[in-house]
Design a protein around this ligand. Structure first.
Ligand SMILES: Nc1nc2c(ncn2[C@@H]2O[C@H](COP(=O)(O)OP(=O)(O)OP(=O)(O)O)[C@@H](O)[C@H]2O)c(=O)[nH]1
Ligand SMILES: [Mg+2]
Length: 376
């Protein structure tokens, strides 16, 4: 995959499952285009496809590929992005066809797009390593040659003329590379674990901020800790975890607050796995603040996505507080959410105008005060 230098001319392919609600697919499509905007891509045209079931060889089928090829020629596009997760061989097959119109065309699926954004936003060694690992796990077959993919599927090897030895070599190289990165990351994870242990021993309590991407996590983190982490109206502005402190006068102690990477729907488990070291604090925090954009029309879906990922990484939802943010631009009624999410002690805030920040501190204090005696 090439480095991104100039503005990429992108054609999104919105693949619509006829079984889901129209409103929902519109929002999923908007999210895809928001991801493209975050990468700094220019949408030069768009393609829609209603698809009951993916075509085995190409996901979208030959008719659609032809339509896209024509558009690629007409618009001089650099990248075609499928709004779904496709298999390496499917992407490859599409690419082979479209290359007839533009030999330099890139074909990505939604995960490739997310990985590109990660790469653009990564600043620390840890984030970079995690992205490299995610990319190897997800795209290894595409990077290190199609031979591996073909041999996995048990078909097409003969026709491509890739010998078994060659395939084995590629596989081994891929595994070695992955092991190098995994080892480097393991060191960082270990350091983090030791830090966490030390903090726990010295009695530090930790609060971790989690939530869907762009919900306002870093904004809340800054408001609570007085730090200045990057806040952007972009998806995945934050890729690392930051730590700040908050003084709780009732217990006369500082607590640690962490901000971390946001979540998004339909992430393959390998990707989440690759970010484990960043997510470590969230897994072990005493309290989780789940920040929710209350102005979002997909609020319930996104809450569910976050909960599913938390559960996946092994965090129970017991000590989670729901923090509904952006009430300054929300028309929905608080009462409905209070009722629906009563077991998550819902709070309502606007980091933008400072409303409710105190209630967040109070809720944290209340939990900590309740916890301290039982632990002594
Ligand atoms: N209207 C309004 N906008 C807000 C509020 N809080 C945050 N925002 C905006 O929401 C956008 C995302 O804020 P961030 O704090 O970067 O969100 P995040 O959850 O850290 O996002 P990622 O790190 O990208 O996952 C920014 O444009 C903020 O200015 C709020 O209370 N009201
Ligand atoms: Mg952030």
């Amino acid at each position: 995959m090439q480095e991104i230098k100039n503005t990429l001319r992108i054609i999104p392919v919105h693949i619509v499952d006829p079984h889901i609600l129209k409103e929902e697919s519109v929002l999923v499509g908007e999210e895809l285009e928001l991801l493209i905007a975050t990468l700094g891509g220019e949408i030069v045209d768009r393609v829609m496809q209603k698809l009951d079931r993916p075509h085995r060889a190409t996901f979208i089928g030959s008719g659609k590929i032809e339509e896209i090829s024509t558009l690629v020629k007409k618009t001089n596009a650099d990248v075609v992005v499928l709004g779904v997760m496709a298999k390496a061989n499917q992407i490859h097959a599409i690419k082979l066809e479209i290359q007839k119109e533009n030999p330099k065309i890139e074909v990505w699926d939604r995960i490739d797009l997310i990985l590109q954004i990660f790469e653009k936003h990564a600043s620390t060694t840890e984030a970079k390593l995690q992205i490299e690992l995610a990319r190897m796990k997800y795209m290894g077959p595409r990077i290190y040659g199609m031979g591996f993919v073909m041999s996995q599927q048990g078909g097409g090897i003969g026709t491509l003329g890739i010998g078994e030895t060659n395939t084995e070599l590629m596989k081994r190289h891929w595994r070695n590379e992955m092991k190098k990165v995994t080892d480097q990351l393991a060191k960082i994870t270990k350091t983090r674990e030791q830090q966490l242990d030390r903090r726990k021993k010295t009695g530090y309590k930790t609060v971790s901020i989690v939530g869907y991407t762009n919900a306002g996590k870093s904004s809340l983190f800054n408001a609570l800790t007085g730090k200045k982490t990057l806040v952007e109206n972009e998806l995945f502005a934050t890729l690392d975890s930051s730590i700040g402190t908050l003084y709780i006068s009732e217990i006369k102690k500082e607590i640690l607050v962490t901000d971390t990477i946001g979540f998004i729907r339909n992430l393959p488990p390998q990707l989440i796995e690759a970010f484990k070291s960043t997510l470590m604090e969230s897994i072990h925090a005493d309290i989780l603040l789940h920040v929710i954009d209350m102005s979002d029309p997909e609020i319930d879906t996104k809450i569910q996505v976050v909960n599913d990922i938390l559960t996946d990484i092994g965090r129970d939802l017991k000590d989670v507080i729901y923090v509904f943010n952006k009430i300054d631009v929300t028309s929905g009624k608080k009462e409905d959410f209070v009722e629906r999410y009563s077991s998550f002690s819902p709070l309502f805030i606007s980091v933008k105008n400072g409303e409710g920040i105190e209630t967040v501190k109070e809720a944290i204090t209340e939990r900590l005060v309740a916890k301290v005696p039982e632990e002594k």
